[in-house]
Design a binder for this molecule. Structure first.
Ligand SMILES: [Zn+2]
Length: 274
């Protein structure tokens, strides 16, 4: 499942390719046809992202709410668009570009109040934080984490607690702060949470910029350590994610893996202590 940085990047990419001009909207697969007919020829004038939810705004007509889920895919291409296959749920076409959405969990036309209701049930998103202090901050997440008996690794994956963090960022941010993933939320100290939130803001912004997840500090890059770069279809340099049974870059101990909150958790028992 894509993590939040991918969705925020998709929002930017849609605005760059289709923003401010009329867009041809269709649903070759048919499941979104009625809504596509309402949107066809209207101007895409806003985009938004919150966690793993993407919103494409068409003025007074409403928002297209997209959640990719496990299998959804967005594909951008040039113009003219090739004939669509019947797996395309949503197609956008401009004179210069096209976009095909396939296999999303959600693709629905919603109103402003319906969009607000989605925001209300999601936790704060590190990518919605603003440098001037407006936007999301870690307070709402801390209020829930600090009184929870649930493990911090599970809390970080709970989109109602914090939105946009997925399996890679949760493993990596806990490693970077030396926190045992099995610690209960209420055993986390306030200063630790503030550091985790600030780190997620920085790491995920970099993820949007580079369109991949890199979490190693400058002294642990392949160049700095004289080691070969990581080979993995996720790309990016990381400390523990998908490095089970390999040597920790810091302590040399063995990285471990176990299933937690339905996903594989990775951590270094040597560096991450209770
Ligand atoms: Zn280690």
């Amino acid at each position: 499942m894509p993590e939040g940085h991918t969705i925020h990047r998709l929002a930017e990419d849609h605005l760059a390719r289709f923003g401010g001009r009329p867009v041809r909207v269709s649903s070759p697969q048919g499941k979104f046809s009625d809504s596509a007919a309402l949107l066809d020829g209207r101007v895409l004038d806003a985009v938004d992202a919150h966690g793993k939810h993407l919103f494409l705004g068409f003025g007074g007509t409403g928002w297209v709410h997209i959640h990719l889920g496990l299998f959804g895919k967005v594909g951008f291409g040039g113009a003219p668009a090739p004939p669509p296959t019947d797996t395309v749920r949503l197609r956008l076409v401009s004179p210069a570009a096209h976009m095909d959405l396939r296999g999303p969990t959600t693709c629905a036309l919603i109103t402003d109040p319906e969009k607000r209701a989605i925001h209300d049930r999601l936790g704060p998103d590190p990518l919605r934080a603003r440098d001037d202090g407006t936007g999301d901050d870690g307070e709402k997440a801390w209020a829930r984490i600090s009184r929870s008996r649930t493990t911090v690794a599970a809390l970080l994956m709970d989109q109602k607690v914090i939105a946009g963090v997925g399996n890679v960022y949760r493993a990596e941010v806990l490693f970077r702060h030396g926190i045992d993933p099995y610690r209960a939320g209420r055993e986390l100290r306030r200063a630790e949470w503030d550091a985790i939130w600030a780190d997620l803001v920085a790491l995920m912004r970099e993820g949007v910029r580079n369109n991949r997840i890199d979490t190693v500090r400058p002294e642990h890059t392949p160049e700095a350590m004289g080691r070969p770069p990581r080979v993995d279809d996720h790309g990016g340099e990381v400390y523990v994610y998908r490095r089970a049974r390999m040597a920790c870059l810091l302590c040399g101990g063995e990285i471990r893996t176990e299933t937690l909150a339905a996903r594989n958790l990775f951590w270094c028992p040597g560096c991450q202590r209770a």
